[in-house]
Design a protein around this ligand. Structure first.
Ligand code: RB5
Length: 158
């Protein structure tokens, strides 16, 4: 059984609860990394643990929700090995998997109704990465990521 990590800020909390139910009904194990609170919280604090788990390979995939999905996308894409895609529509969700092999899907809790959000998640889970020219492009991203990380290490070292 696949375990998937999920988190949101206050603006995505209600949608998170619905998506959790959807994922569990689909037979997935869900790790909820917050927020459980209605009060205003900061999305980086909740995007960070999901992106870290995906980055380290502790889970294969993750879902992040904030108001628009923009903030969570920015946070998640700071992490090595993370390809987070903002998908507030079904076409983006399909492309996110088929072309970008996104391992985190990000949804705007203030942009998308529950039914559509379920469709978005389902599409992303069901579609297959197409490989070929898309793999070549992902390899280039990996190369950029590697160069950026090496640059950071060098700067710190000297
Ligand atoms: C919170 O008001 C909002 O800024 C946040 O949920 C998100 O949309 C940021 O990108």
């Amino acid at each position: 059984m696949e375990t998937i990590a999920i988190a949101s800020d206050h603006a995505g909390r209600e949608l998170k609860e619905d998506i959790k139910e959807f994922l569990r009904d689909r037979g997935m194990e869900v790790v909820d990394l917050g927020t459980d609170e209605e009060r205003s919280v900061d999305y980086p604090d909740y995007g960070f643990p999901v992106a870290e788990k995906v980055s380290k390979g502790e889970v294969k995939r993750g879902i992040l929700i904030c108001g628009t999905g923009i903030g969570m996308s920015i946070v998640a894409n700071k992490f090595r090995n993370v390809r987070a895609a903002l998908a507030n529509d079904v076409y983006s969700a399909r492309m996110a998997k088929e072309h970008n092999d996104a391992n985190i899907i990000v949804i705007g809790g203030r942009m998308v109704a529950k039914g559509l959000a379920r469709e978005i998640v389902n599409t992303w889970l069901e579609c297959e990465f197409k490989g070929g020219r898309h793999q070549r492009r992902l390899d280039k991203i990996k190369e950029i990521e590697k160069r950026m990380c090496e640059g950071t290490v060098k700067k710190e070292g000297g």
